[in-house]
Ligand binder design. Structure first.
Ligand code: GLP
Length: 261
């Protein structure tokens, strides 16, 4: 794992957007794994701006989202399909047929999960997976005790996650309690992972996920097994990390990051 500490949320989001843009330019048919949540909104805003101002070309990109709520239709403004269309897809030149979000309305959710895994395999796997982190330490909706080798499946949401996301629905009673999510095993098979976390509400969980033991209680900690995972935080979300000076030295000195300093 590598940790990059940026001064604030905007700088952290910009760094992630620039990495994505660089990868798309290097491989125009990039397979991108995408995440939702408040933290990602700035990343998508920047990608839309790069498309408009610099001609960043999404026409051959393929995308796979991490997760979707069970029981929400694509047209529901709380669904992650709606979020993606709204924040990114309809604002860039991506072919919607190349964008994939699990179908939370499928009659047979088990079959939908197998179909999703097969679709990822058919394109040769995910090149770059973008990740946020929930306060329960989850990636996607891999809640505590998710098997670290799990595949796409239905998960029940923990009270912590319900409490975190309920305000978006106008109350916990209006929020779905289950979601289809890529598994931890699915996620860590991506060739490159980028986790973005900002704000002081993420400081404790980031310290545990990055510097604590690997545990299914905090599924983001499974990223420690990934050979090419970068965690980008702002000062607030990185505040409780112990080895900050080491991480800063690497970012300032390693040639890999010279275009991003
Ligand atoms: C949801 C998503 C996660 C995301 C998390 C963080 O729970 N399923 O993939 O990481 O939100 O959300 P936020 O960025 O709003 O803190």
């Amino acid at each position: 794992m590598e940790v990059i500490i940026q001064p604030d949320h905007d700088c952290a989001a910009l760094l992630v957007a620039r990495v994505i843009a660089k990868e798309i330019r290097a491989k125009p048919d990039l397979v991108l794994g995408l995440a939702t949540g408040k933290t990602m909104e700035a990343v998508y805003r920047l990608l839309v701006r790069m498309h408009a101002a610099e001609g960043l070309d999404f026409s051959r990109c393929r995308t796979f989202n991490l997760d979707e709520y069970v029981g929400l239709a694509p047209g529901d403004s709380h669904s992650y399909r709606f979020y993606m269309n709204d924040h990114l897809f309809r604002n860039v030149n991506i072919d919607l047929r190349n964008t994939h979000v699990p179908d939370g309305m499928a009659n047979d959710l088990g079959a939908e999960c197998r179909r999703y895994e097969a679709a990822i395999a058919r394109v040769g796997g995910i090149d770059l997976q973008l990740l946020g982190i929930g306060q329960a330490g989850h990636i996607g909706f891999n809640e505590p005790l998710s098997a670290l080798r799990s595949r796409t499946r239905v998960k029940a949401l923990t009270p912590t996650t319900v409490a975190q996301n309920a305000p978006l629905f106008g109350g916990a009673d209006r929020m779905p309690r289950r979601a289809v999510t890529m598994g931890v095993g699915t996620i860590i098979e991506a060739r490159r992972c980028f986790l973005l976390a900002t704000g002081d509400s993420k400081a404790d969980i980031i310290a545990q996920a990055v510097e604590g033991p690997i545990t299914s209680m905090i599924t983001a900690s499974a990223l420690q097994l990934h050979p090419r995972c970068t965690v980008v935080v702002d000062e607030a979300a990185g505040a409780k990390l112990k080895e900050k000076e080491y991480y800063r030295w690497i970012f300032e000195n390693e040639p890999e990051w010279q275009d991003f300093r």
